[in-house]
Design a protein around this ligand. Structure first.
Ligand code: GUN
Length: 293
């Protein structure tokens, strides 16, 4: 029997509705959560992401501002912009869209954002809090979204073999920290695989929960998956497709057709993890507003 699909659009909608309720509750106290997104340059993919973040923020009843800076912006200018947002009481969440142009040191920018406004969860203070299981920081939106998908789909994580493919600072590493905690929706035995892993399939075949965030189209195939496993595909890759009007289509890091014959539950691409990232960004922003109020 083919795997059941995890509907990321529906689960993200649930979270966005919850966030909208929280926003109404805060409005009674005269607080409007504010998210400012900074976009440097004109990378078309980033422009699409930033537009959808702004739209979702507005829809939730929050205050949304997008600051667009030219591609040749100097590091000092961007640092000064971050300083201004850090000091602005109407701004609860700050997100500087990555990647940044090469004249800018992205690490220096991330370190300049106040940790209590860092709704991306990229600041070392928040990275550390996530690792030690302290709940008063911010967890990066994509791994937090993956954990929500598991919890809201009723997946038992306690004692599960959880294999993460990919060790990025944005997904793989924070995902590992989240699933490892002695907490609800976690408490798994976690293995992290990466480009130097010997015999990747030997690891992935042991997984009850397989989370793939490697950035390589369709690299995990059905034969690498344990029958009955839960498969979460974080990848979003453009591949050429002559039959599509745009000339391309989106595929994940998992070969969906073969994987769904083996897995019990699987996320589609698109419509799986993608919509969750924005939902969790909104939730982080509401939390920032609650804590800063
Ligand atoms: N670029 C792609 N994804 C992200 C994200 O989650 N946060 C930021 N700041 N930039 C990104």
């Amino acid at each position: 029997m083919p795997a059941e699909l995890i509907d990321g659009v529906a689960i993200a909608r649930q979270i966005r509705d919850e966030v909208a309720c929280d926003v109404q509750r805060l409005a009674q106290r005269g607080i409007v959560p504010g998210l400012t997104v900074v976009l440097v340059g004109d990378d078309p993919a980033s422009a699409v992401y930033v537009r959808s973040k702004g739209k979702a923020t507005d829809e939730a009843g929050m205050h949304s501002v997008t600051i667009r800076l030219p591609a040749d912006t100097m590091q000092a200018t961007l640092l000064a912009q971050v300083d201004a947002l850090n000091a602005d009481p109407l701004v609860h969440g700050i997100l500087v869209q990555m990647p940044l142009p090469k004249q800018i040191d992205a690490d220096a920018i991330v370190r300049r954002i106040r940790p209590d406004k860092d709704v991306d969860g990229f600041h070392p203070v928040n990275v550390g809090k996530n690792l030690i299981g302290e709940r008063d920081g911010f967890v990066p939106c994509t791994p937090a979204g993956v954990q929500e998908l598991l919890v809201r789909s009723g997946v038992e994580t306690r004692g599960a073999e959880c294999v993460v493919v990919g060790r990025s600072n944005i997904v793989g590493k924070p995902m590992m920290a989240l699933m490892l905690q002695n907490a609800a929706g976690a408490n798994a035995t976690v293995t992290v695989c990466h480009s130097a892993t010997r015999d990747l399939a030997a690891h992935t075949r042991r997984a009850d929960i397989l989370i793939v965030a490697a950035g390589r189209p369709r690299m995990v195939t059905g034969e690498m998956i344990r029958p009955g496993a839960v498969v979460i595909d974080v990848g979003i890759n453009r591949v050429a497709d002559a039959s599509a009007r745009s000339g391309y289509r989106l595929v994940g890091d998992v070969d969906f057709e073969s994987a769904r014959e083996v897995a019990s539950l699987i996320t589609p691409v698109p419509g799986g993890v993608g919509p969750m990232t924005i939902a969790l960004l909104l939730r982080n922003t509401v939390r920032a507003a609650e804590r800063l109020a």
